[in-house]
Design a protein around this ligand. Sequence first.
Ligand code: AMP
Ligand code: GLY
Length: 426
Amino acid sequence: MNVAIIGSGGREHALALKIKQSPTLENLYIIPGNPGTSLCGDNVELDITNYTSIYKFCKEKNIFFVVIGPEAPLVDGLADYLRNKNINVFGPSAKAARIESQKSFAKKMMIDNNVPTADYKEYTSDQYEKAKNYLVQSKYPLVMKADGLAAGKGVLICDNKLDGIKNLDDLFLKNKFGEAGNKIIIEEFLIGEEVSIFAITDGENFVCLPSAQDHKKIGENDTGLNTGGMGAYSPAPIITDTILREIESTIIKPIIYAMRESGNNFIGCLYAGLILTNNAIKVIEFNCRFGDPETQVVLQLLDGDFLRLLYSASIGKIEKDSVKYNGGCSLCVVASSKGYPENYEKGFEINGLNSITDPNVIIYHAGTKSVGNKIVSNGGRVLGITAYSNKINFKLAKEQVYKNLEKINFDGMYFRRDIAQKILKK
Ligand code: AMP
Ligand code: GLY
């Protein structure tokens, strides 16, 4: 089978590396890919917003199956476009992708189907006074969220009334997130440990991959601004088999069923961002795609034929036994550009990539680019240094990651030194 992957981040590098291992793969193309994916297949310089050119390329190369990585093309309808042209796609329709792109849609889906989530209110920008009154009489902290996609920045924690009103003004009066902030959710602040669960589904049946924990904040000890994710590990020790069964029966199954019943059949990776509070497991958010950097760790823990899993899901006949957990653990630390998640410079030469020889260590490329025979930084999150251990030994995986990170450098390279610290302390 000839396969194309859409995207160019660390997640797509991980998807490419795993799909490459499949015995049924003939040719792999990554559109547009990065220097890391070029070692797994052919990178193709195409604009991913130009659907006609993607389709033409698929026809030319006899590509039968497309895996879409990022949320933007899914939300925009690339999966619908290609399916209408009889290409099999792993990734939801634009309608189903609203589970990520419209928080109010996701909330309603949860409430209507008794899926546990934070209590909330919803306001549109013409209800400014009403929203303000609510903020004045509420208890804090509270969480305010732009309804639409806001490049991972649309969640604002409000510590007190003043904070709440300032954030409301930013969203409704100053249009901080443009149209994405024309509607907002104000929800209860939940306390607990966060976990990411990926359910691969054909719209009806599903299989959950090993759990993972992300590190969203830029600073050590979870301080500072939110990022796309600065590191991850898998499996999350807090997710026992019993808890996973509960997540499947109270969250994943009812949502997949409700999406199907409401005409929003979801085919792809349903990413549940969960929080384990003192008395319940609640959903913080759903995403319509694999997480980044969680994918980099989760896929290392799968034996079997991952391409077969995704392909069978895409045609509505998921073969759940295509993969199984291999009993190991994995840990990833993201090396980012100085200044990320705010302003940063790009174009710095990355040194030391060839000095990594440990077979259990993989350097996933995210924001990188080839310039002549050099590789330079080309984004906020630049690399994901990942180590695998065939037993649950996070201490070993962590040592391997940090030891190898020392061999790599570029101007302004930043990384957190405390990834997985919390579980190692326990
Ligand atoms: P999201 O963009 O929805 O993933 O939110 C980003 C981060 O904000 C989450 O990973 C949480 O750390 C935090 N967050 C979102 N919603 C809540 C909530 N209701 N209570 C506490 N923290 C939250
Ligand atoms: N790592 C968080 C996300 O992919 O949304």
